[in-house]
Design a protein around this ligand. Structure first.
Ligand code: GLA
Length: 414
């Protein structure tokens, strides 16, 4: 019998099931994602064998256990569409199919990401998802993917279209039947920090593609010029540092991949636009600064053949802890003068991380007081690279000696 009571019950049952579905699909990246991304090392030349080797190396080198638990497949995997318009992988690069590769990576206790673009073709000229959002999201879910990097080559310049296209893919992922996180990649050109989270993204690129270099040397007026000049570590830092207020759990500024350990690898996209490589001091600075900025940590060097320096940089547990701190704050740049930059990142247990960068080409001696940056009184400072613990004097003054392009990072303790 249909009465008012039954209708009310039905109404609440439907509401409850919708809420549960919404919750299940709410993929939360409570700390910045970490892993390996194929782009800077392999470019478009990827295949299942090498990706499996990379996954193995992530486990063997302890990187996975340190938190780098994603394999992010970038552009170049696609083989067009079948007669039902389902997107398919390149059968020569991925002869066992995507599900097999996803299962392999999952069997290593890792997660795996895929790549597409909100236009007809990707940046590399491959099949993309515009007009096929729901069908492709379903395919990615059926294969078992956990993450989608969604690029923006071939799309119009205005912000409204970008919001509409990213929101549509986010909807499609929510309906796909699997939790899949969404990485927005329109390079900061439409100020995504203002809208990307609402459009369903968990992270958003803030700049043009990183190249394997320290600094373009160009005083950039318009950040979009970096697309043609080529962005180095310092170019990207100068844009991303200003966006500290927008980062929070499940909503991260993404200043692009780590170039640590690439050493100017020839033929890789990161070597274009004068990306001739960096020194280990500079790579260590990138790791320090990206961790202070709560950036996603996407390794791109060949983790199967890392030298001792690269391994030491990428596996520094103390620095990774700063990046993964559950408070989820991006460091604020509190000082930027005379080629010295100072960053302060509050941590969940009342500790504070402080980073000091020397962008000049000379050694620097820097004196500052913690009180001038409103840091509550601290007694000790642990240097997170040398591991030395220093006592902080009563007047809270700190003296630091820094080499050219070096970044010192301290964890300040009660
Ligand atoms: C764009 C992105 C890069 C990479 C390439 C792939 O340039 O910004 O990170 O994904 O496309 O073609």
């Amino acid at each position: 019998m249909i009465n008012r009571y039954n209708i009310l019950l039905l109404f609440f049952a439907i509401l409850f099931s919708k809420l549960v579905i919404a919750q299940n699909n709410d993929y939360v990246l409570s700390t910045p994602p970490m892993g390996f991304m194929t782009w800077n090392y392999f470019g478009l030349d990827i295949n299942e064998t090498e990706i499996k080797e990379i996954a193995d190396a992530m486990v063997e080198s302890d990187l996975r256990d340190l938190g780098y638990d994603y394999i992010f497949i970038d552009d170049g995997w696609q083989g067009g569409r079948d007669k039902y318009n389902n997107i398919i992988p390149d059968p020569i690069k991925f002869p066992s199919g995507m599900k097999d590769l996803v299962d392999y990576v999952h069997s290593k206790n890792m997660k795996i990401g895929i790549y597409s673009d909100a236009a007809q073709l990707t940046c590399g000229g491959y099949t993309a998802s515009l007009g096929f959002e729901f069908q492709d999201a379903k395919t990615f879910a059926e294969w078992g993917f956990d993450y989608l990097k969604y690029d923006y080559c071939g799309a119009p310049p205005d912000r409204e279209t970008a919001i509409a296209r990213y929101s549509k893919m986010s909807e499609a992922l929510k309906e796909s039947g699997k939790d899949i996180a969404l990485g927005i990649c329109e390079w900061g050109d439409r100020k995504p920090w203002l809208w990307a989270s609402k459009a369903g993204g968990q992270l958003w690129r803030t700049t043009a593609d990183i190249r394997d270099k320290w600094y373009s040397g160009v005083d950039i007026e318009n950040p979009q010029d970096l697309h043609s000049v080529g962005a180095g570590i310092i170019d990207i830092l100068n844009i991303n540092a200003e966006l500290y207020e927008y980062a929070r759990p499940n909503a991260w500024n993404d200043p692009d991949m780590l170039i640590v350990g690439l050493y100017g690898r020839k033929g890789a996209p990161s070597s274009e636009l004068n990306g001739s490589g960096c020194s280990d001091i500079e790579y260590r600075s990138q790791m320090s600064l990206w961790c202070l900025m709560a950036a996603p940590l996407m390794i791109t060097c060949d983790v199967r053949n890392m030298n001792a320096e690269t391994k030491e940089i990428l596996t520094n547990k103390d620095i990774i802890e700063i990046n993964q701190d559950k408070l989820g704050k991006q460091a604020k740049r509190v000082y930027n003068q005379d080629e010295v930059q100072i960053f302060v990142k509050p941590l969940h247990n009342n500790d504070v991380a402080i980073g000091v960068l020397n962008t000049s080409n000379e050694d620097k001696k820097i004196n500052f007081s913690l009180t001038e940056f409103n840091i509550p009184k601290k007694n000790k400072a642990k240097d997170l690279w040398s591991k030395q613990v220093l006592k902080i004097r009563k007047d809270q003054k700190i003296k630091v000696k820094i080499k050219p392009h070096e970044t010192k990072v301290y964890r300040l303790l009660e």
